[in-house]
Ligand binder design. Structure first.
Ligand code: HEM
Length: 335
């Protein structure tokens, strides 16, 4: 009996070793797939172009995936895993439920890549390429992405709930949070500039409109005309899923977002606070509102730094971004 168990265990260990790669952080680099799948970046870009033709907003939705993936145990596509009977994934976490979207765009890219080069490109790298493409195709800066990530074997709703910031967050909380990921105040402000494209739900701002910090009053740091507009869009007790634009040019990646913050027309509390609550973030908001090129350069730097986050845990190249190929040893032993 013991003998049979031991053999089973060793077999399992062997099986896992050939399917997954060990825990050392991978050396990411540009051109990682130049030999194994030279068309990879073009394939992803074409899928993003198609998705944007269907729905312009998908650029914003796809780009946001990088943030929500990389902050929770590194850029490992953990975000894309569907729940299983023994794993609550990240899709239903507080920040993601009814909010993250365009997962199907990543699926489409994965399918096209599996056709061209089966088993080669990780879902984690697809997110990174797709986020860059979404920015470029919305009129923002271009940059070379580092690749070579592996996909996680698991995901954690708990970790996502613990880490991802709320739209109520204030500047000092965000500065502290980002610093835990080796991201500076400048990185925080530049990366928040991603809200230059996309939309947010009334759900994310009703507290700001009607009961800021428990005062039963609106946030005073709002332009009165802008507040009137948001009051109409999001009446008290109205549908929380109605969406509004995160800045005045929601389909163009530009520095309008920062101009809006300077004139107290930020949509989210976590945006407006960068201008109103702390001198160290205000300085960059003002700077980027005046100099789009400086914003673009800082944004690229921030995206690359964020893309470098890794957990060091074992990984694999998933065949389907929603499902792990193999499961970690402890999960297999528990079943
Ligand atoms: C600084 C902390 C951040 C907070 C508190 C925050 C919060 C939010 C919230 C609440 C929404 C609207 C969600 C909804 O109402 O359903 C949103 C949308 C969005 N966020 Fe952030 N975010 C932050 C940083 C970032 C970063 C770093 C990125 C990417 C680099 C990003 C990209 C986006 C995009 C593109 C959208 C619009 C998505 C769409 O239209 O589908 N955000 N964010």
């Amino acid at each position: 009996m013991m003998h049979a168990l031991l053999i089973q265990f060793l077999y399992l260990l062997f099986f896992l070793q050939i399917k997954t790669t060990a825990a050392a952080p991978t050396q990411l680099r540009p051109g990682f797939y130049a030999q194994t799948c030279p068309a990879a970046e073009k394939i992803v870009r074409d899928v993003i172009i198609k998705a944007m033709k269907r729905e312009l907003r998908s650029a914003a939705s796809v780009m946001r995936l990088q943030f929500h993936d990389c902050f929770v145990n590194g850029c490992d596509a953990s975000l894309l895993l569907d729940d299983t009977p023994d794993m609550l994934g990240e899709k239903l976490s507080l920040s993601n439920i009814n909010s993250l979207r365009s997962y199907e765009v990543i699926d489409e890219a994965k399918e096209a890549l599996e056709q061209a080069c089966p088993g080669v490109i990780s879902c984690a790298d697809i997110i990174i390429m797709a986020a860059r493409d979404a920015v470029v195709l919305s009129g923002g800066p271009n940059w070379e992405v580092k690749l070579g990530r592996l996909d996680s074997l698991t995901a954690s709703q708990e970790d996502s709930d613990r880490i991802m910031p709320s739209p109520r967050a204030n500047a000092s909380y965000l500065v502290d949070l980002f610093s835990q990921f080796n991201l500076s105040v400048k990185d925080l402000v530049a990366l928040s500039g991603s809200h230059s494209i996309g939309k947010g739900r009334c759900f994310s701002i009703v507290f700001r409109l009607y009961n800021q910090s428990g005062t039963e009053r609106p946030d005073p740091a709002m332009d009165p005309k802008y507040r009137e507009k948001l009051d109409q869009l999001c009446p008290l007790g109205g549908d929380g899923n109605v969406t509004g634009d995160l800045d005045a040019t929601p389909y163009v990646f530009d520095n309008q977002y920062f101009k809006d913050l300077v004139s107290f027309k930020g949509f989210l509390n976590s945006d407006q606070t960068l201008f109103t609550s702390a001198a160290r973030t205000r300085k960059y908001v003002r700077y980027f509102s005046r100099d789009q090129e400086a914003f673009f350069a800082a944004f690229v730097e921030g995206m690359i730094k964020m893309g470098d986050l890794q957990s060091g845990r074992p990984g694999e190249i998933r065949r389907n971004c929603r499902v792990a190929n193999s499961r970690p040893l402890h999960a297999l032993l528990e079943t």
